[in-house]
Each structure stands twice: as structure tokens, then as C-alpha cells.
Design a protein around this ligand. Sequence first.
Ligand code: G3H
Ligand code: 13P
Ligand code: ZN
Length: 321
Amino acid sequence: MPLTHTRELFAKALKGKYAIGAFNVNNMELLQAIVEACEEEKAPVMLQISKGARQYANPVYLKKLIEAAVSLSNIPIAVHLDHGDSFELCKECIDEGFTSVMIDGSHLPGEENVAVCKKVVEYAHKHDCVVEGELGMLVGAQHDEGEEGGGYSKGGVYTHPDEAVEFVKATGVDSLAVAIGNSHGAYKFKGDQHLNLDRLKAIKKALMEAGLGDYPLVLHGASSVPEDLVQEINKYGGKLGDDTAGVPEADIEVARRVGCTKVNIDTDLRLAMTAAVRKAMWESPKEFDPRKYLAPARNRVKELVRHKVRNVLCSAGHAFD
Ligand code: G3H
Ligand code: 13P
Ligand code: ZN
């Protein structure tokens, strides 16, 4: 089966009220784990490649590995550039046949973010590629001064609903990554902080009321940092801090129901792989065949992805809708 277009995955996910898992790929074992898990769960999936992944594995290797995975599987698979940081990188990926790219200009001043997104959209749309933009900053949970008065302050780190509408209209991006207290990595929250799901609802509502329809939103930083994986890593010699924290899976479920059509997960895959490698090495210190620790690592990632698509994203069973 050839690649499936991101546009088609989004349309079906919006209709079916489930989220597409966008899982980061850096090597063969991660790719096999993700695709085999989704195949077994009959879940459509997005494979996402970061700039760092391209530097680590080489774009040609990644492309050929993905071609192999696609040819061996039956499920719909889209390929996406994660956090593209320049027009040039996005163009490279569009030219390589990615079905979508993210242009992340969220660190730039507002007008520059708009300008670079517009430039990518113009090129991407001519080449049948879908574009994700980002507005706001993924720096974790913060206090929003405006919130108590029933409004939202502009210029903060969270995505402002009205600014989201202006941004989507000005740039023409096809999906929007929002900042609602989310962040990357294994240390997301302190104390009782969590995602601001009311803000997410307000963004979705504003886009709908502005005539943009059931607009696809993207949740970055969606790893839940499972406690058992953290404990296992530390049991077998790791030294993760005792302040690891992820997004509760119940929050992801609400985000999915509110309209996060694409949910990005990387850290949890890294934790699963690391836990299994550490355990295998600890238990068999005389072993030096990489397959003896990479095979359990691949299995552990697969188990995790099966759980996500079945119990959290609810994309399982939707591959052939
Ligand atoms: O959002 C970041 C992703 O987890 C990719 O991370 O840039 O280390 O490949 P990376
Ligand atoms: P996590 O670090 O929570 O896995 O987020 C991944 C991500 O957003 C990739 O773009
Ligand atoms: Zn991200």
C-alpha cells in the first residue's frame, strides 16, 4: 500500500472522533514497533521525523526504511516532518514526498512566524502537501493573568483563541499545534499543574465560530511518562529524577474529544526502549549481541503503541473506515 495522505487521515479522524498517533521515528526498531503495533490494532498512523532524526539516521535511510514498512503493511501511513525550523528543511521534505510538514516558527516574533508559515504553505500546497503551524510556546504550565477575569491575555505563552483564528487565516496552515501547558520531555509539570483543557475548548470554538469548521488541532508533548517505565529504568541503573511527570492519559482523552486530531508522542517511546535495553543488559551482562537487547526494546515499544492507539487515542479499528 502506498503512503496515505495526511489530509485523508485528518478527515477520517475528525469524522470518527478519534486522534491519529504521530510517533517519532529515529531507527529501524522504533519504526517496526510502531507499524507492527498499528497493523495489529488496525490503526491509521503518522510517522514523524525530526531534524535530529534526519541528522542521526540520514534522510535516505529513513526514507527507505519507511518505504519498506509501508510495503509490508496494510494500514494507512502518513509521513510528517516534526518541528521543521526553516523553509529550506520543509522544502526538502516536501520534495522527498512527505505528506505533511510542520513549520515551527513559534520562537519567532508573530509577524515572522506568519511570514515563514505563509511561504511554506505556498510551496507545500503547490506540491500537494499539508502544513502544520504552531502558535504559542511549549514551555509547560504557566499562570495566565487574563484567565481569572474570564478572558485570556494576549502575548502570553498559551495560544490565544482569537490569535489562533487570525494566524490560521493569515497563513493558510492546515492544522495548528497549540500551547495549553504542554511541553516536551519527561519533566512536564510541577505539583498539581496540568493541561489547560478549557483553553483548548476555547480555541476550538473560536475556530469553528470563525467559519474554519472542525479545524484539526495538534497536541505536542503528549507523552504520559508512565511511572512503571521510569521505575524500571531506575531499577536497572538509570538515574531519572524523582520529578518526572507526564500528561495524564485522561487529559489526552479529553483533548481528543475536544478536537486534537493529531497527538504527538516521542518521550514514552524513548522510555520504553530504554527500560527494555537496561533490563536486558542488566540481566545478561555477558551478552553482546545487540539483537538480544534491541528485540525486547522493540517489543516494549510495540506494547506501548498498542496501548496508546487502543485505549487513549481510540484510532484502533479505524484503518479501513
Ligand atoms: O519534539 C521533539 C521530538 O521529541 C523530537 O525530538 O528533536 O530530539 O528528535 P528530537
Ligand atoms: P513528548 O516529548 O511528550 O513525547 O512530545 C513529543 C512531541 O511533541 C514531538 O513533536
Ligand atoms: Zn513537538
